[in-house]
Design a protein around this ligand. Structure first.
Ligand SMILES: [Zn+2]
Length: 48
């Protein structure tokens, strides 16, 4: 399981619809809003 860095929810990477790659790491999100928040300010969430 991957963890949504924005809200902390667990996301199954096999079925996750929303993902983004940042500094060669892939992040998964539970919703498009979480993806947008991450992409707007990735450094705020990357530590999690
Ligand atoms: Zn989320």
């Amino acid at each position: 399981m991957a963890r949504d860095p924005v809200c902390g929810m667990e996301c199954d990477e096999k079925i996750a619809k929303w993902k983004t790659t940042h500094t060669r790491k892939t992040y998964y999100f539970c919703a498009p809003g979480c993806q947008k928040a991450f992409e707007a300010n990735p450094h705020k969430y990357m530590k999690m």
